[in-house]
Write a protein that binds this ligand. Structure first.
Ligand SMILES: Cc1cc2nc3c(=O)[nH]c(=O)nc-3n(C[C@H](O)[C@H](O)[C@H](O)COP(=O)(O)OP(=O)(O)OC[C@H]3O[C@@H](n4cnc5c(N)ncnc54)[C@H](O)[C@@H]3O)c2cc1C
Length: 431
């Protein structure tokens, strides 16, 4: 690397970094986008449902060019126990029309495409370089160093993901406590396209997204997912790190149990393992967000702790894109005023605050606390499937009405009426 000065150095070519690079380069700024992987997408991992409306605002009709897999028209929430499962199965054909609600994406393809858009707009992509530290001059961030090489810029954007070493190094945040992160484990399982369409009752490019709660995670706080791609499935688990540590369970063991569950096994049957990966997911909500800006530096995407898991959806990519837009707008204003100090860049925080990103982070601020409740992962799936077993079971004995059946199920479960009332109230408040 030469000792050049750029307008902006962006560290990390995930969805956050590449979006910021695209928006800034399009406005004529000198932008360099540094990625430690051999190519953008090579190190990235997502369940893979992209809620794409925000990207459509930035790159209209992106789905016509981008390597998206299937358009999600069917969302299923499954509560599972060892032998039983209870599904809430929602389909809406309205989601199959532009501007579409969500697509499955495979990051190795999608991130590469997004970084290409940034390059075409004029950004310089530098893959295969791991940034080691930020450079400072009188406390102000003025560039980055990778090995012996140094690069300088008016602004450095940390888009280096959930563990953001850069944000820590710049003193914007402490090391993240384990209760604020989850471990995501994911497999991509190849299956012929026709098999997927037959097995999941899909037409054309329609897709389904399953969220799975219950013994699929071996009682560890978290949940499973199964998403359909064109000719593969993205299947995995997101589990709270402190709970895994507390229960002394290895993620790989839970994954094996998950894949063998009677709900999941027939869905993945005959598939070929194509990819396996693990990654951290920020799950602390607003409470884990770092300071977002300093003199000469901004933090975006997962690095800024932007992630929402509300039990129905896992989101991070759309928030990363939204934060990249706010950061790009703030940098353009800072450039116009030639003021890259923390005060000059503080518009980022205000713009993010006014956008859907912080509005949603605030709406679901209580969700992380709510999902700390162990009853969600064992007692409630058992109560639900137990109740339905009572309803459908015909033992050649007189049946009871629904209410006494419910009360008996509740009595024989680990959930008291008081627990149920308290948890329902907490759920209503959090979600
Ligand atoms: C199992 C799992 C399932 C998920 N499911 C979904 C989902 O269905 N939908 C959704 O919207 N979100 C989901 N998420 C969250 C989503 O993946 C993230 O929110 C999203 O990837 C954040 O994008 P980002 O660009 O901020 O960070 P990342 O995608 O993590 O990108 C960071 C980039 O920085 C690079 N980098 C890091 N350090 C350095 C360095 N020192 N030097 C150079 N480069 C560096 C990395 O290689 C990487 O390319 C899921 C996450 C996991 C783990």
């Amino acid at each position: 690397m030469a000792e050049d000065k750029f307008d902006v150095i962006i560290v990390g070519a995930g969805v956050a970094g590449s979006t910021a690079a695209y928006l800034l380069a399009r406005q004529g700024l000198d932008v360099v986008l540094i990625e430690r992987g051999p190519y953008p997408g090579s190190k990235n991992l997502s369940g893979g449902v992209l809620y794409g409306r925000v990207l459509h605002e930035l790159i209209p009709d992106f789905w016509e060019e981008a390597p998206v897999e299937r358009c999600i028209t069917n969302q299923v929430i499954s509560f599972v126990t060892g032998e039983a499962s209870f599904n809430i199965d929602f389909k809406n054909q309205a989601f199959n029309r532009p501007p579409y609600n969500a697509f499955t994406v495979l990051r190795a393809k999608f991130d590469r495409w997004l970084a290409e858009q940034a390059e075409e707009a004029g950004a310089m992509l530098v893959p295969g370089i791991k940034v080691d530290r930020v450079l400072r001059d009188e406390g102000r961030v003025v560039g980055i160093a990778a090995g012996d090489e140094e690069m300088f810029a008016d602004v450095v954007i940390a888009a280096d993901g959930a563990t953001s070493f850069l944000a820590q190094e710049a003193g914007l945040r402490e090391r993240i406590p384990t209760h604020q992160v989850a471990t995501g484990v994911k497999q991509v399982i190849g299956l012929p396209r026709e098999t997927i369409e037959e097995r999941f009752h899909l037409t054309g490019n329609e897709g389904v997204a399953y969220t799975i709660v219950g013994c699929a995670t071996h009682g560890v706080a978290g949940g499973g997912f199964l998403y359909t791609n064109l000719d593969s499935l993205s299947v995995g688990l997101v589990m709270r790190l402190d709970d895994l540590v507390r229960q002394k369970i290895k993620p790989a063991e839970v994954v094996e149990e998950f894949l063998a569950n009677p709900l999941i096994a027939p869905l993945v049957r005959g598939g070929k393992l194509l990819e396996y990966g693990a990654h951290l997911v920020p799950e602390g909500g607003v409470a884990m967000m770092p300071r977002l800006y300093a003199d000469g530096m901004l933090v975006i995407g997962d690095a800024a702790g932007l992630g929402i898991n509300n039990g129905f959806t896992i989101r991070g990519m759309d928030l990363a894109i939204g934060s990249a837009r706010a950061a790009a707008e703030a940098i353009l204003e800072a450039k116009a005023a030639s003021n890259y100090s923390a005060a000059g860049l503080s518009a980022y925080s205000r713009k993010l605050d006014a956008s859907f990103v912080m509005a949603d982070m605030r709406t679901y601020a209580l969700a992380p606390r709510f999902f700390e409740n162990d009853r969600l992962y064992t007692a409630y799936p058992e109560l639900l499937t137990g109740l339905l077993t009572q309803i459908y079971d015909q033992p050649a004995q007189p049946k009871e009405h629904l209410l006494p059946t419910l009360m008996k199920s509740l009595k024989s479960s680990d959930v008291s009426l008081m627990d149920l009332a308290r948890d329902m109230l907490a759920g209503v408040r959090a979600l």
